[in-house]
Design a protein around this ligand. Structure first.
Ligand code: COA
Length: 250
């Protein structure tokens, strides 16, 4: 358990709040594990009808904790927490709504590709600098982003690592809506409550149909993960991760 992930209930909505503001909500292995458990528990609990992901003001998530990555890069050791979380996202049984304010890097962007509705604020910047870190896209993003953005849009996001503002992300179909910072949580919870009030079985079937075939997504996440793990121990990744961890702030 970690208070870096806060799990709370509001009626039939389960809220998973990423809460590590001093590190811009970078995700550690323990945080992934807590989020996976919450998704699993919520999916198994008939009184939960929707999941919500939120961050802190100014930071949804700065992505995977780079210190954790560096441990894998230098010692080759790493657990299955990230994999388990990606599987929990891909196999989620109930609608997921996210609210993104500010920093949304790496998995802070790709998590939202699995959500049914994402709201973001005008100051949000979605960014996936995988290649700059010597890594490859993860979380099925190489498949989902291509489906949403087309080949060239996906290349801009995942290959060039270009930032997508909230407006650009909305115009491109990556997110559902842009709302002011002070309206974000209200908009997310209103959407989740609206979902929770729908006939759950009809909604589940409709959602499953829209997500088929899931096995294609799972296979892609697996293929990406194999490359990702190999890339983490590459010279390119070691150099990029070490540069971040030893950088001097000006
Ligand atoms: N992993 C570990 N620590 C991180 C982190 C990450 N992904 N992102 C930020 N942090 C830490 C910083 O090291 C810093 O810690 P410190 O205060 O102990 O030095 C703290 O969070 C604040 O970050 P800082 O860089 O000062 O904030 P910023 O607002 O200037 O910049 C970012 C925010 C997100 C742009 C910048 O931190 C960044 O580029 N982080 C790396 C993002 C990334 O590459 N993620 C992985 C994608 S696969």
């Amino acid at each position: 358990m970690t208070d870096h992930i806060l799990v709370e209930r509001q009626g039939a909505v389960q809220i998973i709040r990423i809460n590590r503001p001093d590190k811009k909500n970078a995700l550690t292995r323990a945080m992934y594990a807590r989020m996976s458990a919450a998704l699993g528990e919520g999916d198994a609990d008939p009184s939960v009808r929707a999941h919500v992901f939120l961050g802190v003001p100014g930071a949804f998530s700065a992505g995977n904790d780079l210190a954790d990555f560096l441990v894998i890069a230098t010692c080759g050791e790493g657990g299955n927490e990230v994999w388990d979380f990606l599987m929990a996202l891909a196999r989620s049984q109930k609608p997921m709504v996210s609210g993104v304010d500010g920093i949304a890097v790496g998995i802070g962007t790709t998590l939202n590709l699995h959500c049914d509705l994402t709201f973001a604020t005008p100051r949000t910047l979605f960014r996936t600098p995988f290649v700059d870190l010597g890594l490859v896209p993860e979380a099925g993003s190489s498949l989902i982003a291509s489906q949403i953005l087309g080949r060239q849009g996906a290349f801009a996001l995942l290959g060039l690592g270009e930032g997508f503002s909230a407006e650009r992300a909305k115009a491109a179909g990556l997110i559902y809506d842009v709302v002011a910072e002070d309206a974000l949580e209200g908009a997310v919870l209103a959407a989740a409550s609206q979902i929770a009030a729908k006939p759950p079985q009809a909604l589940k079937i409709a959602r499953d149909l829209m997500r088929e075939p899931r096995e294609e997504l799972v296979a892609r996440i697996k293929a990406e993960a194999e490359h990702f793990r190999e890339r983490l121990t590459s010279d390119e990744a070691r150099a990029a991760l070490t540069a971040f961890m030893t950088r001097k702030k000006g």
